[in-house]
Design a protein around this ligand. Structure first.
Ligand SMILES: CC(C)(COP(=O)(O)OP(=O)(O)OC[C@H]1O[C@@H](n2cnc3c(N)ncnc32)[C@H](O)[C@@H]1OP(=O)(O)O)[C@@H](O)C(=O)NCCC(=O)NCCS
Length: 170
């Protein structure tokens, strides 16, 4: 099934919320056990887009099936050429190329904005995300044991990164 990727609009916030909350309640992709709500997602949308960061959505057969975005890696000026990405796909359409399509478009946006590095922070057992990022040129650069907790256990963080505009001046 073909997937199209476009910029999100505020009206997409409800579909984004549903996909996000599945990840909150069922997975270790988001390190929170507290579901989000529509007001929080709309605020996130406004804050990101006002700062010029992309929020992309994927559609398949007329349905919104995933989203991806990036924002600050860390909120200090010296990190301004580095971004941290996120990507979520509705579970019923996993492994059909949606995550890859979103990430390829997101990488293109990072390049267009002149960003230097994209970082992904991934829970150690999230093989799907680690392999997806690996297949797109991300490499593991760090591993932080027990820095998180969810579902009554410790979580290890794998940090991966790839260059966007590799040869830019700082
Ligand atoms: C991670 C996630 C975004 C992948 O999206 P997806 O649309 O299922 O992935 P794709 O179909 O585009 O797969 C692209 C590649 O990723 C890897 N991959 C994806 N799912 C995989 C899985 N379950 N097991 C192993 N590798 C996997 C493969 O290399 C795959 O290429 P291939 O199918 O040609 O072998 C999706 O599983 C998801 O939304 N998970 C929950 C949220 C999450 O973990 N987000 C990332 C937080 S860091």
């Amino acid at each position: 099934m073909s997937t199209t990727v476009r910029d999100a609009i505020i009206e997409d916030a409800q579909c984004i919320l549903e996909i996000y909350n599945f990840a909150v309640t069922k997975t270790t992709a988001v390190w929170s056990e507290e579901p989000s709500d529509i007001a929080l997602r709309q605020a996130w949308f406004r804050e990101r887009t006002a700062r010029g960061f992309p929020i992309l959505v994927a559609e398949s057969a007329g349905r919104l099936v995933g989203f991806a975005s990036f924002g600050d890696f860390r909120p200090w000026p010296g990190y301004r050429h580095t971004v941290e990405n996120s990507v979520y796909v509705a579970p019923w359409i996993h492994r059909q190329g949606v995550g890859r399509a979103l990430m390829q478009s997101l990488i293109d946006r990072g390049v267009a904005l002149g960003k230097h590095v994209m970082v992904a922070g991934i829970e150690e057992t999230n093989t799907a995300s680690i392999r997806l990022h690996n297949s797109l040129g991300f490499r593991e650069v760090g591993r932080m044991p027990h820095v998180g907790t969810k579902f009554g256990r410790w979580l290890d963080l794998v940090l991966m990164q790839r260059y966007l505009v590799a040869d830019r001046e700082p």
